[in-house]
Design a protein around this ligand. Structure first.
Ligand code: FMN
Length: 413
């Protein structure tokens, strides 16, 4: 990965990014050292490119000093792999990191199982030295058990994250995730317990309330309880993934708290990243579903369907989807995970290819006793039929000239 930085722009993954406007703001602090590699601010690739928000004197005052110092030590990652159960496991995180992701979440881990079962831990969690910055996400509703689980990972991650956003029936039954929005004193006790006992900062991933003021009060409660970073999924507990995320609510949270905030929802490609950062003013964005289709999203690659009519500059860098799948499979051989996870990723990355070759998909669907050899052979068969590539923008204008509103004008290739 090459990364150069100048006043006029910078280059990343052979893509030239033009500056929206040179930043002239001098940060009022220094990197605390210890893992950040010196002057984290000036080395940050994206902080210069996006019209980004250095913490103000006010924000940098106690008690948020620790939150900002930590964020800066991590070099202020802007492009983040969201937590995905059976989705953001180690090999996939490493693939996304190779293609531009600057930090990643583990899938949600059940705190009780994690605290109590060696078997669960070794089956559901793995990491490696290069897998940083890393958020390890837990769900749960018992402060002591959550802490017990968190103790086991605090030395090998950068945040212990509490899942306050899962809206699924299993979370309702288990009373965790987004269902804790009905019991804010319990949420407060979870955050306080972790924040006052762990050496690593605590982050929370939340959904929004239907009423903006409730969302703001919620975010402030988390901050006051010792949370060091809030990731806001801009949908309500009842909101469906297909609904547009509410970036205005995320912006309001960002303005209301004095700790780093991440935005989540509707990030499909780098134009969305730019628009979201500009609209909300947050420190970084997370993407989930779009990465399952295109793990190279943060490297500036996008699927043909997102290349809009009349746009140029997409032909310079092409990435063969087959190569991406093979890279993923090699990572799985190196860092073993459950087969069902591997299959669902291979399926996700090949889905568009399968659509044009349903006979190969049908063979894949009925195949028993899957092996890596078989999966490599599926890629070979697809490649023999036709190429399917992801397109990289050679120049990504950050001057607001090209905006994708998530609506029409999408060209299907
Ligand atoms: C397959 C899948 C698994 C997910 N698992 C988790 C999870 O374990 N923890 C969590 O907080 N959110 C989870 N989510 C939600 C995502 O992190 C994210 O909040 C949501 O998909 C919205 O982001 P997107 O619009 O980029 O997809 C999951 C989403 C998907 C698609």
């Amino acid at each position: 990965m090459t990364s150069t930085n100048s006043l006029s722009g910078f280059k990343l993954h052979n893509t030239t990014y033009r500056l929206r406007r040179p930043s002239t703001v001098s940060p009022p602090y220094h990197d605390g050292g210890g893992g950040g590699g010196g002057d984290g601010l000036r080395k940050s690739k994206f902080s210069a490119a996006f019209n980004c928000n250095y913490p103000t004197e006010d924000q940098y005052s106690r008690p948020n000093q620790r939150a900002w110092a930590h964020w800066i030590k991590l070099k202020q990652p802007k492009l983040i792999v969201a937590p995905m159960y059976d989705g953001s496991e180690l090999p996939f995180r490493m693939l996304c990191r190779k293609y531009g992701a600057e930090a990643a979440y583990t899938p949600m881990l059940h705190s009780r199982s994690f605290a109590e079962s060696n078997k669960f831990r070794s089956r559901e969690f793995s990491t490696c030295q290069e897998d940083r910055p890393l958020f390890v996400q837990f769900c749960g509703n018992d402060p002591d058990i959550l802490l017990e689980a968190a103790y086991r990972v605090e030395s090998i991650c950068d945040y212990v994250d509490i899942n306050l956003g899962c809206p699924q029936r299993i979370a309702r039954t288990g009373n965790y995730g987004a269902f804790l929005m009905d019991d804010l004193p319990l949420v407060k006790s979870l955050v306080e317990k972790l924040a006052s006992n762990l050496t690593v900062p605590v982050s929370c991933k939340i959904r929004i309330f239907p009423a903006l003021q409730d969302t703001i009060s919620y975010a402030k409660l988390l901050e006051d309880s010792g949370c060091s970073l809030i990731a806001v999924h801009g949908r309500t507990r009842e909101g469906r993934t297909r609904e547009r995320a509410n970036w205005d609510a995320i912006k309001s949270v960002k303005n209301a708290v004095k700790i780093p905030v991440l935005a989540n929802g509707n990030i499909r490609h780098m134009d969305d990243v730019q628009n979201c950062l500009t609209t909300t003013g947050v420190e970084g964005v997370m993407s989930a579903e779009a990465l399952l289709d295109n793990p190279a999203l943060f490297g500036g690659f996008r699927s043909g369907e997102w290349v809009t009519d009349g746009e140029d500059g997409f032909e310079d860098g092409k990435l063969d989807r087959g190569d991406l799948v093979i890279e993923y499979l090699k990572l799985c051989e190196k860092y073993p995970v459950r087969w069902n996870i591997i299959i669902s990723h291979v399926y996700g990355m090949l889905r568009k290819w399968f659509e044009t070759h349903p006979d190969i998909r049908a063979d894949f669907n009925i195949k028993r006793n899957l092996s890596f050899e078989y999966l490599y052979s599926v890629v070979d068969r697809l490649r023999a039929r036709d190429p399917l590539v992801l397109y990289q923008q050679s120049t990504l204008g950050l001057d607001g000239g090209r905006r994708n509103d998530g609506g029409g004008n999408i060209k299907n290739r």
